[in-house]
Design a protein around this ligand. Structure first.
Ligand SMILES: Cc1cc2nc3c(=O)[nH]c(=O)nc-3n(C[C@H](O)[C@H](O)[C@H](O)COP(=O)(O)OP(=O)(O)OC[C@H]3O[C@@H](n4cnc5c(N)ncnc54)[C@H](O)[C@@H]3O)c2cc1C
Length: 351
């Protein structure tokens, strides 16, 4: 890496709630090294954080998830101590009500037991208890509902992420408005990133908080490793291709769709129209130039031969199989001639 290249101890990709909270907690926990937070969309409008409902609940089925949420609830309830007197994310503490049918009741009861054992504050309500607490609820078919008495509700997620970000920036985290388009590695270690602007930055540690984009890149990187590229090169290829044309890269490399395998309907239609026009003209020329004796047999044989040739040509121009094109056009041509002859025979006329 060049001497002029900027270097950070930590580079965090993505400034949604996960990336911004990572930056905030690194500082809060005493990390004094340099940190860059790289975000491509500083309107912060399109990430999951902005689009989320902001629901906060303790009703999960595993202790790990319950404890993660309890950490969040404690923070939300002590927001002003963490971020200052003006901090407000509009927390509405109003419990979730998760209902179960008779079939689902054992799962609800089991989860409730795990939740209570791990410090959640909720209650199982059945029958009249449920109906009188929620008079607007149609309780037909509901065996029970688990209701959060405290520690559940919703917040404004956009404001939540903004608080983390503001705090991190105030503590010296550098916000870089750019898109990460490449990752550089030395062996198994990530040593830096390249940005859409062309700049490259070195890092001691990379935090991938890119939200929904992170998985896609990893997926593509896996495909290229499977094709024999080194992991480092595979990741570079995946990132560059996704940045250039994400949909095309996935269609081509994951689903096997490319311009070689794609149908070309316009060419097929034009080839077909040309084939039929030429196919009709050539037998007419035979009629003009050949003597009348045995004419119909010659015209039928010549027409079929011409149809096969034109079918093959249409297949070639449309990017399909020439043999199948020849067979298909000859078959339907013969069928049409047969039908025409049949009509002539039935009505005693020449069509
Ligand atoms: C409709 C909806 C409802 C939801 N409801 C809830 C809910 O009620 N409760 C709950 O807890 N969770 C909910 N979630 C989930 C929650 O929103 C996410 O788990 C959380 O916001 C993820 O945060 P994040 O920081 O990982 O991702 P994001 O907020 O998406 O942030 C990722 C950031 O990375 C940036 N980025 C991506 N790639 C690059 C790159 N190459 N270079 C630079 N920047 C990049 C993006 O621009 C983006 O700002 C909901 C999600 C959605 C979509």
């Amino acid at each position: 890496m060049s001497a002029a290249m900027k270097t950070y101890d930590v580079v965090i990709v993505g400034g949604g709630v996960v990336g911004s909270a990572s930056a905030h907690y690194l500082r809060k926990n005493g990390f004094t090294g340099s940190i860059a937070l790289v975000e491509k969309d500083t309107s912060w409008a399109r990430g999951c954080t902005a689009l989320s409902v902001g629901g906060l609940r303790l009703q999960f089925s595993t202790p790990e998830n319950i404890h993660l949420s309890k950490f969040g609830v404690t923070l939300v309830k002590n927001l002003k101590q963490e971020f200052g007197p003006d901090a407000d994310i509009g927390f509405k503490e109003q419990g979730y009500l998760i209902c179960a049918s008779p079939e689902g009741l054992p799962v609800l009861e089991e989860n409730h037991t795990v939740q209570i054992a791990n410090g959640a504050d909720n209650v199982l309500l059945r029958g009249q208890e449920l109906a009188s607490r929620f008079p607007w609820l149609v309780t037909d078919g509901i065996a029970a509902g688990c209701f959060g008495l405290s520690g559940e509700g919703w917040v404004d997620p956009y404001m939540f992420a903004a608080l983390f970000r503001k705090s991190a920036i105030a503590k010296g985290v550098e916000l870089i408005q750019d898109e990460v388009t490449g990752v550089t590695r030395e062996g198994q270690r990530i040593t830096g990133v390249t940005l859409a602007s062309g700049e490259a930055i070195a890092c001691g540690t990379l935090v991938n908080a890119a939200g929904t984009g992170a998985g896609r890149l990893a997926e593509l990187a896996g495909i290229y490793v499977g094709r024999g590229l080194t992991p480092a090169l595979a990741e570079q290829v995946a990132i560059q291709l996704t940045a250039h044309d994400a949909l095309g890269a996935h269609a081509r490399d994951e689903l096997g769709l490319s311009h070689m395998t794609r149908a070309r309907p316009l060419q097929a239609a034009l080839s077909s129209a040309a084939a039929f026009a030429v196919g009709a003209a050539l037998p007419l020329l035979l009629v003009v130039f050949l003597p009348l004796g045995g004419l119909s047999t010659i015209v039928i044989a010549a027409s079929l031969a011409l149809l096969m040739g034109l079918g093959a040509l249409a297949g070639y121009l449309g990017g399909a199989s020439m043999v199948r094109g020849a067979a298909r056009v000859a078959f339907w041509g013969a069928a049409a001639m047969g039908a025409t002859a049949l009509v002539g025979r039935l009505f005693g006329t020449v069509v």
